[in-house]
Write a protein that binds this ligand. Structure first.
Ligand SMILES: *Cc1c(COP(=O)(O)O)cnc(C)c1O
Length: 381
């Protein structure tokens, strides 16, 4: 894709057609009988929340999920109309932001319920909430064994509408933990029963993230909350052993060769002199570094693709620059495209692969691509 003038030639290409492909692919796999929430927190896992939400809204996704109210506000300001759930709830001083922007929030503390109820009352509205049940994640949520008391208290808030109950899996990506995942499902079912017995009419009962939705048929409830699979990042969060929908990567990261130099055998390159040329070499300098989200842990480990061929990163990745040994790349020139994540002439480098090399998951790789790396969107038609 053409770089626009006056910008450093380091960019992330976001293929919205692949995002839509993944959504349809998962929907075919999971079935049309459940609701679909597209999770676009953390700027759409680095892919751009607004652009991704617009593309998925056109495909009639039912809900959007964000981590914090500010992210919900960003979507509303961009004109997104579908319901938005703040998965992590809100802080005491954000209740007006929730009510005024018609955001829905997860809730797990009575103090929050009270301040939201007051804000809704003073604006003559009803605030919609989803109760988050902690069935084993141990993070946010009302503990499953305290849910009855919580439900009892919630009844007193006249300006809150409890729309749903939700929980989150700790290890749905690991089939060896099926026992635990099934225990979470049982605890959630009990929480639902308690709420319904107390007279709450729950519209949504949802448990599943990407691995939950794909790997655990009994975990789909009536809504699935999908992040990773929409961005094509199934490779390391879906169990290897199972049948799964076809997914295509959405983010590629590109740069260009900025400098080429001949370096004789036996010279060291980069900070701390971690690499020494073993032959007369041709070395290319690439304008991307760890500030951009190209992890320093990839030093002397990653490869990039230039002219359809892989070339190794040599020496330490620095804040703004990376050096690559291009001795074996034919006809390399200044300005040649460098693929850091993506595909060229049948050669591929995935976010999952970079994640393996840095002992993390692909989500952290795509989330980590800093805003200094401009996003270019390939249209979804
Ligand atoms: C992030 C998140 C999801 C999405 O998880 P993926 O593994 O990316 O599908 C779902 N639910 C909650 C509560 C989340 O925080």
């Amino acid at each position: 894709m053409q770089n626009t003038p006056a910008q450093r030639p380091t960019w992330a290409e976001i293929n919205l057609a692949n995002l839509v492909f993944n959504f349809k692919s998962v929907k075919t796999f999971v079935g049309a009988e459940v609701h679909y929430m597209a999770v676009v927190k953390a700027d759409g896992y680095g892919h751009g929340a607004v652009e991704c939400a617009r593309a998925l809204e056109k495909e009639n996704v039912d809900w959007f999920g964000v981590a914090i109210p500010e992210e919900g506000l960003q979507l509303r300001q961009a004109g997104i109309l579908r319901p938005i759930l703040c998965l992590g709830g809100f802080w005491e001083y954000q209740q007006n932001l929730i009510v005024e922007n018609d955001l829905t929030t997860a809730i797990c503390r009575l103090e929050n319920a009270e301040s939201l109820n007051n804000a809704a009352m003073s604006q003559n509205r009803t605030a919609k909430v989803h109760v988050k049940v902690d069935t084993g994640m141990g993070r946010i949520g009302v503990r499953f064994d305290e849910i009855a008391a919580f439900a009892e208290q919630l009844k007193f808030f006249s300006h809150l509408k409890v729309q749903g109950l939700m929980t989150h899996f700790a290890a749905a990506d690991n089939l060896a933990e099926n026992e635990f995942t099934n225990e979470q499902i049982r605890r959630f079912a009990q929480a639902v029963e308690i709420f319904e017995k107390k007279g709450f009419q729950l519209i949504y009962k949802d448990l599943a993230n990407s691995p939950g939705a794909i790997a655990h048929k009994n975990a789909r409830g009536n809504m699935v909350r999908l992040g990773g699979v929409l961005y094509g990042l199934g490779g390391d969060v879906l169990p290897k052993e199972i049948k799964k929908p076809e997914l295509k990567p959405v983010m590629s990261v590109f740069s260009q060769v900025t400098l080429l130099k001949k370096v004789p055998k036996g010279e060291s390159l980069g900070y701390s002199r971690t690499f020494t040329t073993k032959r007369d070499s041709l070395i290319a300098t690439i304008p991307i570094g760890y500030h951009d989200g190209y992890p320093r842990l990839l030093s002397n480990r990653a490869q990039v693709i230039i002219n359809g061929k892989k070339a190794p990163v040599v020496g330490r990745i620095s804040m703004d620059w990376t050096i690559v040994d291009v001795t074996e790349i034919a006809d390399v020139k200044i300005g040649d495209c460098v693929v850091l994540i993506g595909e060229q002439n049948g050669q591929t480098i995935t976010a999952e692969e970079l994640a393996r090399k840095t002992d993390t998951i692909s989500y952290e790789i795509t989330c980590g691509i800093n805003s200094r790396v401009v996003r270019r969107y390939a249209a979804s038609e």
